[in-house]
Ligand binder design. Structure first.
Ligand SMILES: C[S@@+](CC[C@H](N)C(=O)[O-])C[C@H]1O[C@@H](n2cnc3c(N)ncnc32)[C@H](O)[C@@H]1O
Length: 383
C-alpha cells in the first residue's frame, strides 16, 4: 500500500510524523515539510510505519545524504537533514517528551549545543562481522544483516583507519566465533574487545578539563570527545558541598571533577572493568581513599543512609529503575543532576522526581551524536 503524506515534524525516536486516512504515519528518514509518497512496512494499532517511496516535494530542510550507505546502514538516521534542522529536531524531541511523558507545562529554555565536528567525531563503535558474507560494518536498518561498510563518515579518522586495517586483515586471523568487535579510540591509540592478533585490548587515555581518564573498549566512555568538557561543566554546574553520589559512574568521568568540589564522593558502577579503571583514575589523581563501589545501583542505594548534598545519575538508555528513583527520593539530596541519553526515559524518571518534591531548575542538551537522532540531556533539580 502506498499513499501521499506531508511530514509535520520529527518525533522522539527520529521518525517523521504524518497523518493519512485517520491514521498516524511514522515515516523513517523524513524531513519536516517533506511531501512524500510512502510505502507501509507494518501496522501497529492506529500507527502505520512507512518508508519513503518517492520524494514529491522536498522539505527546505532536506539535503542529499553524503554517505553512500545511508538508508541501508542502520547507523545514521538524520543525514537527510541540514545540521541546523538536526539540532532543532533534537530540541523538539526533548520538549515533546517532557511535555507528553512528564506532563511539564513550563519547560526551561534551552538549546542543543552543536558538536564542533558534524562528521568524523565518534571515538567508539561496534562493528558487526558476518564471516559467511565476508561483511564488516553495521546492521542494516531494521535487520540483522550486516551492511558492509568500507568508510564510516562519522568515525574519527583514527578509527576509520582501524576499520580499514580490520577489513584488510585475513579472515583466517579472526577468532572463529567473532560476531562483533567493540572498538574505542583515545589519545594513545585504539582498543578492541575482544582483542585478537594485532587488535589488542589496549588501555586508553583521554584528558578532559585537565583530568586524565583511562579506559578500554570493554568499558563505557562517551563517544564524542569534543563535547566532553562542556558536558562535565553542565552536569556539575556550580555543585559543591560535603557529600556527593555519582550513580552509573563508568570509569569516573564525573567522579573525578566531583572529588575536586565535595569532601566525600561515593561512585557506583556494575561493570568490573570500569570500576578497576575508575579506582586507578582516582588514585592517579591523588584520591587514594575515594570509594568506587562495584554494585548494582539499586542494591547499593539500599545500603546507604548518609546525608547527601548532591546526586548525579547517568544511567544507560533504559533510564533508572523505579527502585533507584524511590531511594534517591528517600535520601532527599538538596540537588540532583540527571544526565541522560534518552529523552523518553529521562521524562519518565523526572516525572517521579518532581512528584517527589523536586523542581526542575535548568536543562541543557548536547549533540554528542550528529547524523543520528540521539541526544544527551542534562537536567538539574532542586528540592
Ligand atoms: C551511560 S553510562 C555512563 C558512565 C559514566 N557516567 C560516563 O559518562 O562515562 C552508564 C554506565 O552505567 C553502568 N550500569 C548500567 N546499569 C547499571 C546498574 N544497574 N548498576 C550500576 N551500573 C550500571 C554501565 O556499565 C555504564 O558504565
Amino acid at each position: 500500500m502506498s499513499f501521499e503524506v506531508e511530514v509535520e515534524r520529527i518525533l522522539p525516536g527520529g521518525m517523521g510524523l504524518a497523518h493519512a486516512a485517520g491514521k498516524t504515519v511514522f515515516v523513517s528518514l523524513a524531513a519536516p515539510g517533506d511531501r512524500l509518497r510512502v510505502r507501509v512496512d507494518r501496522e501497529q494499532g492506529n500507527v502505520l510505519f512507512a518508508s519513503i517511496e518517492e520524494i514529491i516535494t522536498p522539505s527546505p530542510l532536506r539535503i542529499e545524504p553524503p554517505c553512500p550507505y545511508f538508508g541501508r546502514c542502520g547507523g545514521c538516521d538524520f543525514q537527510q537533514l541540514t545540521y541546523e534542522a538536526q539540532l532543532a529536531a533534537k530540541a523538539e524531541m526533548i520538549r515533546d517528551c517532557l511535555h507528553r511523558i512528564a506532563g511539564f507545562e513550563n519547560i526551561p529554555d534551552f538549546s542543543v549545543t552543536p558538536s564542533p565536528n558534524e562528521w568524523r567525531y565518534r571515538m567508539r563503535a561496534t562493528w558487526q562481522i558476518d564471516r559467511e558474507q565476508q561483511a564488516i560494518g553495521y546492521y542494516e536498518r531494521g535487520s540483522r544483516r550486516v551492511c558492509d561498510v568500507a568508510d564510516c563518515a562519522i568515525l574519527l579518522p583514527e578509527l576509520q583507519a582501524e576499520l580499514e586495517h580490520v577489513r584488510r586483515t585475513e579472515w583466517s586471523c579472526f577468532p572463529a566465533d567473532l560476531q562483533h568487535l567493540d572498538v574505542a579510540g583515545g589519545e594513545n591509540g585504539s582498543s578492541f574487545a575482544p582483542g585478537f592478533s594485532e587488535f589488542r585490548r589496549n588501555e586508553l587515555r583521554m584528558t578532559v578539563r585537565g583530568e586524565v581518564y583511562r579506559y578500554n573498549a570493554q568499558t563505557f566512555f562517551q563517544a564524542n570527545p569534543a563535547l566532553l568538557g562542556p558536558l562535565i561543566d553542565a552536569a556539575l554546574s556550580d555543585a559543591s558541598g560535603e557529600t556527593a553520589i555519582d550513580l552509573y559512574s563508568g570509569v569516573g568521568l564525573f567522579t573525578l571533577p566531583l572529588l575536586r568540589r565535595f569532601r566525600s564522593v561515593m561512585a557506583v558502577e556494575s561493570n568490573p572493568t570500569a570500576v578497576r579503571f575508575a579506582r586507578w583514575n582516582l588514585k592517579d589523581a591523588g584520591f587514594d581513599a575515594a570509594s568506587v563501589n562495584l554494585e548494582n545501583v539499586a542494591d547499593w542505594l539500599n545500603s546507604v543512609s548518609t546525608r547527601v548534598d548532591f546526586i548525579l545519575l547517568d544511567p544507560p538508555r533504559v533510564g533508572a529503575e523505579s527502585a533507584v528513583i524511590k531511594r534517591i527520593l528517600d535520601l532527599h539530596p538538596l540537588r540532583i543532576s540527571y544526565v541522560s541519553c534518552d529523552p523518553a526515559t529521562l521524562a519518565r524518571d523526572l516525572k517521579k522526581l518532581v512528584a517527589g518534591g523536586y523542581l526542575v531548575q535548568s536543562l541543557a542538551a548536547f549533540d554528542l551524536f550528529p547524523q543520528t537522532h540521539h541526544v544527551e540531556t542534562v537536567v538539574h533539580l532542586r528540592r
